[in-house]
Design a binder for this molecule. Structure first.
Ligand code: PLP
Length: 481
């Protein structure tokens, strides 16, 4: 056994938590193994994973065009084979050839420029420009292995001690609390208002900023997750303008987590990038720093395992950009398949391309199914005694509130668990449905929630609702005061 003890390691690592893959999930994996080894050993025949935004692990199929391009790029020798024309669409062959010409030595197995392959950054910039109708500079783009390393990089850049703070929504996606802890800063919470569909109130932002300042904390940045995780709200453009103005007035970097930009399910809401909103307000490059994170993991593509993404860094001085470049260089470069996918996601087939119609059909099928699944689950939750659930306007999650009887809260205390963790554990044991307790995302003290993804296959959603309903009714009967 090594002489290194738990007390010898970095206390920031010990302190950091990441609930999405926490205790409940480890238990679910054990139960799954039980079911394989001893069928019938639990009161359910399969585990239904509603804990993590990982669509392809739940049978979502990848977009054909994207995979055709990736396959050719990874094995360019097939471009010389006669069968290739029959196996791949003409535009996938054309796009793969263009991409290969942009990669030095046509080698997807080689390191690239630390910001990512220049030709792919050009394509991404063109995609951003088409989305926003404002120019984008390929030199502002840093390709990353998913959005997570970009977030870490920005935290590493901005935080030097506990006196440095980052304003973060509560509830939040735990990457933020974890990365702030790991990089030694302080999370300055601002609470989203559940009563107004997880609205972002400016008065709350101002109050929390002042409170942090009075404690001697220098707040460096504001994180906004839009559409929200775990809360599923899509911000109105007016709200976004207020946020931009707030950051401008307070001298904050706006860290805009926009990884769910492709996941909006309600016709009355639209995704607007914060950079576009800032430009529409007349703020240029030198007026406000905005860093936007995008990922191949989410949207309709859900390519989580390919680890692709980028951050678009605007409004930071040249010498700071050089430091970000240095941080990116320490990691050498993002993986090349992820880089290629990021360019495909931001610049998909266009009208007139051979793949266009099948691409649109695949995309629409996934997005419309996600919208239906979100609605069925939302209605299912709202039909239950003691549960209230806001709409998932976007992203991939519902975050229902549990109004638990005192007796259930006491039972949780006796079991030394947070009440929502107690509930989630009982739910898993009884039904095989895996959700994440709200405490993992933080919440208004004294309120209890859980996060449930909308990702199980559509034909399994009625089973999720059914199992949840049966469990919840029995739970309430057991603990009703
Ligand atoms: C809001 C948000 N940001 C960032 C990420 C990071 O995803 P990835 O690193 O796969 O891009 C996730 C993943 O679930 C997320 O929900």
């Amino acid at each position: 056994m090594s002489f290194v003890t738990i007390n010898d390691i970095n206390p920031k690592v010990l302190k950091c938590e990441y609930a999405v893959r926490g205790e409940i999930v480890l238990l679910a994996q054990r139960l799954q193994q039980d079911l394989q080894e001893k069928p019938g050993s639990h009161p359910f025949d399969e585990i239904l994973y509603c804990n993590i935004g990982n669509p392809q692990s739940l049978n979502q199929r990848p977009i054909t065009f994207f995979r055709e391009v990736l396959a050719i790029c990874d094995h360019p020798a097939i471009l010389d084979k006669s069968e290739t024309q029959g196996l791949f669409s003409a535009d996938a062959i054309r796009r793969a050839s263009e991409i290969l010409n942009q990669i030095p030595a046509r080698a997807t197995g080689a390191y690239s420029h630390s910001q990512g392959i220049k030709g792919l950054r050009d394509t991404i910039a063109a995609g951003i420009e088409a989305r926003d109708s404002f120019p984008a500079d390929p030199n502002d783009i840093f390709l990353t292995d998913g959005a997570s390393p970009g977030v870490h990089m920005m935290m590493q850049l901005l935080l030097s001690s506990e006196n440095d703070g980052i304003l973060c929504p509560i509830p939040q996606y735990p990457l933020y609390s974890a990365s702030i802890t790991l990089h030694g800063g302080t999370l300055v919470p601002y609470y989203l208002d559940e009563a107004t569909g997880w609205g972002l109130e400016m008065s709350e932002l101002k109050k929390q900023l002042e409170d942090a300042k009075s404690k001697g904390i220098t707040v460096k940045a504001l994180v906004v997750i839009n559409p929200g995780n775990p809360t599923g709200q899509v911000l109105s453009e007016e709200n976004q303008r207020d946020i931009v103005k707030f950051c401008k007035n307070e001298g904050l970097v706006l860290l805009a987590d926009e990884v769910y930009q492709g996941n909006v399910y309600v016709p009355e809401k639209k995704f607007h990038s914060f950079k576009k909103v800032a430009r529409l307000m007349g703020y240029g490059e030198t007026d406000i720093p905005v860093v936007s994170f995008q990922s191949v993991s989410k949207g309709y593509h859900g390519e989580c395992g390919k680890r692709g993404g980028y951050m678009e860094v605007t409004g930071l001085r040249h010498e700071i950009r050089e430091q970000i470049y240095k941080l990116a260089s320490v990691n050498l470069c993002a993986n090349i398949s992820g880089q290629i996918l990021a360019s495909l996601v931001m610049y998909p087939p266009k009208l007139g391309d051979e793949s266009y119609e099948s691409y649109i059909a695949e995309k629409e099928q996934i997005l419309s199914s996600l919208a239906r699944r979100a609605k069925t689950l939302e209605d299912g939750f709202n039909n239950l005694e003691g549960i209230t659930c806001n709409k998932a306007e976007g992203a991939m999650y519902l975050f229902p509130q549990l109004h638990l009887p005192q007796k259930a809260i006491k039972a949780a205390e006796a079991a030394k668990k947070a009440p929502d963790a107690f509930y989630a554990r009982r739910l898993l044991d009884a039904t095989g449905v895996v959700v994440v307790p709200g405490s993992g995302f933080r919440q208004v003290p004294g309120t209890w929630h859980f996060r449930c993804t909308i990702l199980p296959p559509e034909d399994k959603i009625p089973a999720v609702v059914h199992r949840l309903t049966e469990f919840h009714t029995a739970f309430m009967d057991e603990f009703r005061d």
